[in-house]
Design a protein around this ligand. Structure first.
Ligand SMILES: [Zn+2]
Length: 77
């Protein structure tokens, strides 16, 4: 990724947008921006996936194999 593709917008607005903290006007602006900015779209998609992963790991019980792996790691510390 080149520097030209970086965008400051997502640093300010992406988090509140994901958290649904924006008012209607700000939301519309955010959606307009996402429609034209590939960099922010990628960031948005990444953050959304991350949130879904976190949500899923909270809801679903941990797999026994993963649990065992984690406790192995802890013993090594
Ligand atoms: Zn952008």
């Amino acid at each position: 990724m080149t520097e030209e593709e970086l965008c400051d917008w997502c640093e300010e607005v992406l988090q509140p947008y994901l958290d649904r903290e924006l008012n209607e006007v700000e939301r519309a602006e955010a959606e307009t921006h996402l429609a034209k900015c590939a960099y922010c779209r990628d960031r948005y998609k990444f953050e959304e996936d991350l949130r879904q992963l976190v949500r899923r790991s909270v809801v679903e019980p941990m797999e026994p194999a993963l649990k065992a792996k984690l406790s192995d790691l802890r013993l090594e510390l």
